[in-house]
Structures are given as C-alpha cells and as structure tokens.
Design a protein around this ligand. Sequence first.
Ligand SMILES: [Zn+2]
Length: 106
Amino acid sequence: MYVIGGIFIFLIVANFLVFSIKKEKEFKKKYMPFAGILLMTPIVAVPILQFWPSPIFLIPVLGFGVVAFLNLKLTKFCDQCGKFRYNRQVFEKMNFCSVCGEKFGD
Ligand SMILES: [Zn+2]
C-alpha cells in the first residue's frame, strides 16, 4: 500500500513538472487525458489489490471510471488562451471560455 502511495505522489509531481516545463497549447491538450488516466491508475489499483479475487473490487473501480469520464466530459481546453476550464454546472453546457471569452466548439 505504501508503494502505491509513493507511485501516486511521484506521478503527481511528474505531471506537475511536465505541465510547468512544457507550455505549448497543443501538447497540453493532447497530454491532459493521458495524465488523467495515469493518475487514476494507482487509485484504481488500491481496491483491486484490496478485494482481489472477489468481484467487489468492480464497484469502486466502476465508480472511479464514471468520475473520470465525467471529469473528462466537463473539462474543456481553450485553444485561444491555452487554459483548461472546468464546467461546474454539470447539466448546463459550457459554451464560452471564462478566462478570455472564446467560444468553445464541440
Ligand atoms: Zn480562453
């Protein structure tokens, strides 16, 4: 369990470093979903290791899956200013960037 904690902290630091060094918009846009999956891996590994081989591990793993999917759906990348915007009104579509006012496409 400590190993997973260590890996998790390492991934957070690594992601932080990558995002502060590489500032190209294109790179951020492409790397973001990948970084999300990478960060989810140790979190998902905990219930799998905890409950394996019982199928109970599927419940938290599916839960994480839904949360990850929603996060990805609610996060938009602004091509204009290069920032990620997170939509807090889950049921309302986010059409404009709250930083620079750029219109979002789909
Ligand atoms: Zn913007």
